[in-house]
Design a protein around this ligand. Sequence first.
Ligand SMILES: *[C@@H]1O[C@H](CO)[C@@H](O)[C@H](O)[C@H]1NC(C)=O
Ligand SMILES: *[C@@H]1O[C@H](CO)[C@@H](O)[C@H](O)[C@H]1NC(C)=O
Length: 493
Amino acid sequence: MVLKILLIVLCVCVLSQSQKDGIVITGPGLTPQSIVMPARYFFINFTSINEQSYTPTLAKDLVVDIEGRSSSSKHCRVWVNKLDRKDGTFIVRYKLYETCLHLSIHVYYKKKDVSGSPFTFKGPIYPDQCDCPKTDFKQWFADYGCNQEYDQIQQDLKPFKDLDMKQQVKEIIKKYHHPESTSFCHYIIKDNELYRNCYGKHVGFNMFSDNILLSLTRKVKLPNIELIINLGDWPLVHKHDDVLPIFSWCGNGDYFDIVMPTYDLTESTLENMGRVTLDTLSVQGGAELAWSKREPRAVWRGRDSRAERLKLIDIAKANPDLFNASLTNFFFFRDKEQQYGPKQPHISFFKFFDYKYQINIDGTVAAYRMPYLLAGGGMVLKQDSPYYEHFYSQLTAWEHYVPIARDLSDLVDRVKWARDNDDKAQQIAINAKNYANQYLLPQHVICYHAALFWEWSKRIKSEVEVEEGMTHVPQPSFECNCDSIERKIRDDL
Ligand SMILES: *[C@@H]1O[C@H](CO)[C@@H](O)[C@H](O)[C@H]1NC(C)=O
Ligand SMILES: *[C@@H]1O[C@H](CO)[C@@H](O)[C@H](O)[C@H]1NC(C)=O
């Protein structure tokens, strides 16, 4: 009882303190014991500051210092990266390269700890490479903050129950194994170990599906599952055909494929602060200009993978005051380079946000840049399309983006509308960014996969058994003995 009152008093104090200095710090990176990610992150919000009164000195006066001890040397290796959203809020990312003991996160403003800081952690904080799965999936799922509704998963899995996967896999191979045109892998997770057999001529993309499955099984013990992952962009199971379970990166209203976050979004999660520079966090710090300073024109770059992309070039040439659009490569329509070229060099994705409006036109399937456009803080003009990614069903036209007809016939009018309704256009941009921060950050991408595979496991009735000749896919070797470190800490206490 006394403890309870004490806690309440403590909480009230903390709350009023953070209101006092007008700085609020939140995010999964403040729970590094439970939320293991390649790059952990949290947000710093100067609640008293809005975009208009934002000054760059704020960024200079804000210092984040993260340090801890390694088991051998004095300091553990941590890399910290601060992203300035230029609206009075910041994203801080940090990457651990080894297990850190006594980790502390200091947030200083004008050389003083802000309220709440430092955040300190006694137990070991593991880097993402550690193979230290938690044994209770549901507990892990809750602790990881995976508390969202997954309507798309429910919808995708509705046709499937009580599956004999041995039979399903056999049928899928018989129907869809065309080495020249399709590539897919049959995966098995048994006792949290990964096995696969791949089919097709171009199976290099299995590195993406391997990566997410290995990343998950390092974090939590997954139920035994068996599934087929399509390594191509096109969905495979047409609604005219027999219902068969294939997991794909892109969906289409006429297909049964079960949709996963795209390999691009997933890789940007798993290689955050690593091999990948564009992700839904970095793009928020990459834009240089506030909304009011951006050009009121629509920007686009890309390759010639769909006829409408050529049409866009015609429209842009006829309306240079409204557009800046160019093709960066000719492959599908090489004979048209004379007319629609010359091809222009790539520009940095961050440069897209020198403009107020960004155009999203399908490539061969959905354009996988959509998450970054939404997060980037521009107003997205999205082509109407049967193709979708795992989150599109949550988006609403005129709230999160401005819709454009598939044949682009209303594109010019839409850009004119945005110029005439700047407040509304800006609000759509803000909504999009808020949406991305709520659903498309690395934590959410990991959660989506976990939720999907957990739900999937319930649909399988047959015994999951590793078949002879399957390739075992091991975890990358990484020195990290979870058990002994935990024991060592317990001994220390
Ligand atoms: C920062 O905090 C203020 C006040 O709570 C809130 O209105 C605003 O939306 C927050 N900004 C961001 C980007 O989270
Ligand atoms: C279009 O954008 C590119 C890259 O930012 C820039 O170099 C070029 O001058 C722009 N063209 C027009 C017509 O604004």
